[in-house]
Design a protein around this ligand. Structure first.
Ligand SMILES: Cc1ncc(C[n+]2csc(CCOP(=O)(O)OP(=O)(O)O)c2C)c(N)n1
Length: 342
């Protein structure tokens, strides 16, 4: 079995690390709840996809990284960006389309990007970033840098050609990339069993003799363990892994979609909410005697303060000047291109 290549890691985590994972999930949840509110108030325009319910995947996975490691993800990217170290105020300002945003307000929700923090995007084209992540992993190996690339995408992306081309090359060239399928069961309104010939997405790794693992994506510790093992394999042996994290989104596909639509029932959503990763993890920590309700409220209040400050920062940030539209489009100033073509 390819899985045997994944190394064992010690299971015990320091108390402060365990509590920090809860604090981070709370920050992600509160941030996105405010995004929903700000979108309704029309402070945020364009598309906006929330990952409420999926926090255990981004938080658990990114908690295993070093600052110099890289991540790529889809358009459901707010929590990933913040977990990789992007400033929440600058993320919110980007959503607001302000000049202080990560991309000076020109990328918006789907295109968060911050090279300084190893956040190589937010990508709107389904699976379009999988070859990019593979290319960066190739560069890491070529330059003999002991870095890891995490590439997150939804289960709908595993049916595009670039997924297969990328995994084939990553396996052939032994690239330090961890491919993470955030399997929330639906690609917009299409259930995985209606779109994919294989239900167990992780099985696809065997076509490339790649290590793989299926993990409960509603369990932050399980995700952290699995990605930690895959990261070790990438760092120490320069080998890729495919991880399928089974999770669920509690909101609609995007802010313009209803929570359940025609493709899933209210009852299904409510049943899944019983497995809310934050609630479940808090109950575990409480059962282990590591935190009580008051401790939870304190973490929650701290998360809300960070989000309040982010909204405040975005609100008071200037709009980009009109001329900024022509900046960062070409490598030379815009005028020099127009002149050379006349
Ligand atoms: C190449 C391409 N085809 C179609 C779309 C339209 N589209 C946007 S999101 C989406 C579903 C993607 O589902 P999944 O990959 O499972 O990610 P999730 O939204 O569940 O996180 C589709 C088809 C697109 N953005 N890019």
């Amino acid at each position: 079995m390819a899985n045997e290549r994944l190394m064992e890691r010690p299971a015990t985590l320091a108390k402060d690390v365990q509590i920090d994972l809860l604090a981070k999930m709370l920050l992600g949840r509160r941030f996105e709840e405010r995004c929903a509110e700000m979108y309704s108030l029309q402070k945020i325009g364009g598309f906006c996809h929330l990952a409420i319910g999926q926090e255990a995947v981004s938080v658990g996975a990114i908690s295993t990284l070093q600052p110099e490691d890289y991540i790529f993800c889809s358009y459901r990217d707010h929590v990933h960006a913040i977990m990789k170290g992007c400033d929440p105020g600058r993320v919110m300002a980007e959503l607001f389309g302000r000049d202080t945003g990560l991309s000076r307000g020109k990328g918006g929700s789907m295109h968060l990007f911050d090279a300084g923090h190893g956040m190589l995007g937010g990508h709107a084209i389904v699976g379009g970033h999988i070859p990019l992540a593979t290319g960066v992993a190739f560069a890491m190996k070529y330059q003999a840098r002991p870095q890891v690339v995490l590439c997150f995408f939804g289960e709908a992306a595993v049916n595009i050609g670039a997924f297969h081309e990328s995994l084939n090359m990553a396996a052939l060239w032994k690239l330090p990339c961890v491919y993470i399928v955030e399997n929330n069961r639906y690609g917009m309104g299409t259930a995985i069993e209606r779109a994919s010939a294989i239900y167990d997405v992780a099985q696809r790794a065997c076509a490339y003799d790649m290590a793989s693992e299926t993990v409960d994506g509603m369990d932050v510790l399980a995700v952290r363990e699995a990605i930690g093992r895959a990261g070790d394999l990438a760092r120490r042996e320069s080998m890729p892994t495919l991880i399928e994290a089974r999770c669920y989104r509690f909101m609609g596909h995007s802010m313009s979609d209803p929570v359940h639509g025609h493709y899933r029932t209210k009852e299904e959503v409510e049943e899944q909410k019983l497995k809310d990763p934050i609630k479940r993890y808090f109950e575990k920590l409480a059962a282990d005697g590591l935190i009580d309700r008051q401790g939870f409220e304190q973490l929650d209040a701290a998360a809300r303060r960070i989000v309040d400050a982010a909204v405040e920062f975005a609100e008071h940030s200037p709009e980009p000047p009109a001329g900024a539209l022509y900046e960062d489009v070409y490598s030379q100033p815009y005028g020099s291109y127009t002149r050379s073509h006349q």
